[in-house]
Design a protein around this ligand. Structure first.
Ligand SMILES: Nc1ncnc2c1ncn2[C@@H]1O[C@H](COP(=O)(O)OP(=O)(O)OP(=O)(O)O)[C@@H](O)[C@H]1O
Ligand SMILES: [Mg+2]
Length: 229
């Protein structure tokens, strides 16, 4: 049986806007197994980022139970959430969010500095990761000396270098042209084949279809689309 690494049970997220309660997630159930490549597809305002923030332990649900890699998230304080987040989640953002003054290698090394890994080991791991994403000859380049697609590859290497349980990507191709976007999706498929668990948020059906499972989000509810593999 596959190992379940993420489980949401009847997750509700509401915001208080003045006197009015606005419910953005209306009882979401979602289970993801180790090694799955899942896209969460939905239009603007449907609650994708809200859901991503909960998956990534950047925010907590108003109601419901969320379990990530055996950690039950309910009732944890900020420091405990940060600990789980750093250990379990590798974030990939639309705008890459690399540090502009650092080389590709130094950007990828950064999470390992925070994790207290010794320098020699850091350099080896960071270089390995950049090689895996096809950037072995660009390690010394700073972000402005790389194409958008290459910058996103650096960001993916940075997300993977601490060996998180899940790669969590929010519109990872949103800032790229179609060709570069397809190259990033090819890389995701390759990582998926190597066994990585990937959760990707997008509003783009073409991009979503590169995953092996699509979950639609509409008006705060999830609808399973079936498997495409
Ligand atoms: N902190 C907040 N306070 C109040 N309402 C919020 C808050 N964050 C999000 N919302 C509301 O929740 C709804 C969903 O927002 P969310 O950012 O999750 O959408 P999204 O699917 O990511 O959209 P997009 O594709 O445009 O990024 C929106 O109606 C938004 O106004
Ligand atoms: Mg969003």
């Amino acid at each position: 049986m596959s190992e379940q690494i993420l489980k949401m049970e009847h997750i509700v997220k509401s915001y208080l806007m003045g006197e009015e309660v606005q419910t953005v997630l209306e009882g979401v159930d979602l289970s993801i197994n180790k090694g799955e490549f899942v896209s969460i597809l939905g239009p603007s305002g449907s609650g994708k980022s809200t859901l991503m923030n909960i998956i990534g332990c950047l925010d907590v649900p108003t109601e419901g139970k969320y379990t990530l890699s055996g950690h039950e998230v309910e009732g944890l304080d900020e420091a405990e959430l940060a600990y789980i987040r750093n250990k379990e989640i590798g974030f990939i953002f639309q705008q890459f969010q690399l540090l502009p003054r650092l080389s590709a290698l130094d950007n990828v090394e950064l999470p390992l500095i925070y994790a207290g890994i010794p320098e020699k080991e850091r350099k080896i791991k960071a270089a390995d990761m950049l090689t895996r994403v096809g950037l072995e000859d660009k390690m010394k380049n700073r972000p402005n000396q790389l194409s958008g697609g290459q910058q996103q590859r650096v960001a993916i290497a940075r997300a993977m270098v601490t060996e998180p349980t899940i790669l969590l990507a929010d519109e990872p191709t949103g800032a790229l042209d179609q060709k570069m976007g397809q190259q990033i999706m090819t890389l995701f498929r390759q990582l998926h084949e190597e066994g990585k668990t990937i959760v990707m948020i997008t509003h783009d059906l073409n991009i979503a279809q590169k995953a092996s499972r699509i979950v639609r989000i509409l008006d705060g509810k999830l609808i399973e689309e079936g498997s495409y593999v």
